[in-house]
Design a protein around this ligand. Structure first.
Ligand code: ZN
Length: 149
């Protein structure tokens, strides 16, 4: 990675770590909340998802932990807002795969700031924590809506 790119990615992570987007609770229901933690680092996250008409109407989180975990949760909320449920789940799958697989595909541009974390297995857990919680919240919200119909 060239130095300019590494610097840019560092700035994006710092910005999301210091001023996380959508860092707030939502009332449940209608939102569905899933908690996750990463005891290795002490990261904790509560992820909130509201589905409306088959799409992610709102995504938000509360959390505490290292800058990587907060920045990644913040990026996660932005990455799925407004997407149809299936597309949101595909984004989670693609992100986790890119972060954890040895033949790592490139991260999409809006998440590329996290690519520097990939060589560090401990930090990968920090970065994927919110995404696992988000996937569970999406799936559980969808199941709840289907059973309420
Ligand atoms: Zn962490």
């Amino acid at each position: 990675m060239n130095p300019e790119l590494r610097e840019l990615y560092g700035e994006i992570l710092l910005d999301h770590g210091r001023k996380p987007r959508n860092h707030r609770a939502q009332p449940c229901p209608p939102a569905c909340m899933v908690e996750g933690d990463n005891p290795l680092c002490g990261d904790r996250v509560r992820f909130f998802i509201t589905i409306d008409n088959g799409s992610i109407a709102d995504a938000s989180f509360e959390g505490s932990g290292c800058a990587i975990s907060i920045a990644s949760a913040s990026l996660a909320t932005v990455a799925v807002r407004g997407l149809p449920v299936e597309d949101a789940l595909a984004r989670v799958h693609g992100f986790v795969h890119a972060m954890t697989s040895p033949d790592s595909p490139e991260l999409p541009e809006d998440l590329a700031a996290l690519s520097g974390v990939r060589g560090f297995p401990m930090r990968v857990k920090c970065a994927t924590l919110a995404w696992h919680a988000m996937r569970e919240a999406v799936e559980s919200s969808r199941t709840h809506q289907e059973s309420a119909r």
